[in-house]
Design a protein around this ligand. Structure first.
Ligand SMILES: [Zn+2]
Ligand SMILES: [Zn+2]
Length: 98
């Protein structure tokens, strides 16, 4: 897991979702059928896209197919913001899953 930016520790909702995500990843290690981590990732990405749009990373510049698709559809789309937001709290290979 990357170290989340400081604002995610000071925003109560980010901090709560981050804590829940860490717990969910821990639970997923012992229960392969548990899918709570995925729901929390979606909730956290949605929250970041809605409340912290100015804190999101820039679109990927290395030929990321998701960025290319979202930018072509609508550069202001919430889906692009959610895709970029995932990079703040997930390792790159997970963050870029479609
Ligand atoms: Zn927040
Ligand atoms: Zn991308």
């Amino acid at each position: 897991m990357p170290t989340p930016p400081p604002f995610m520790r000071t925003c109560p909702q980010c901090a709560e979702l981050l804590g829940a995500l860490v717990e969910a990843f821990a639970q997923a290690l012992t229960d392969p059928h548990y899918d709570g981590a995925e729901r929390i990732q979606i909730a956290l990405a949605r929250h970041l896209a809605d409340v912290h749009p100015q804190a999101l990373p820039a679109p990927h510049t290395d030929g990321c197919p998701s960025c290319a698709r979202y930018e072509e559809l609508d550069p202001d789309s919430v889906f692009l913001r959610e895709h970029l937001a995932r990079g703040l709290f997930l390792p790159d290979e997970l963050a870029r899953l479609p």
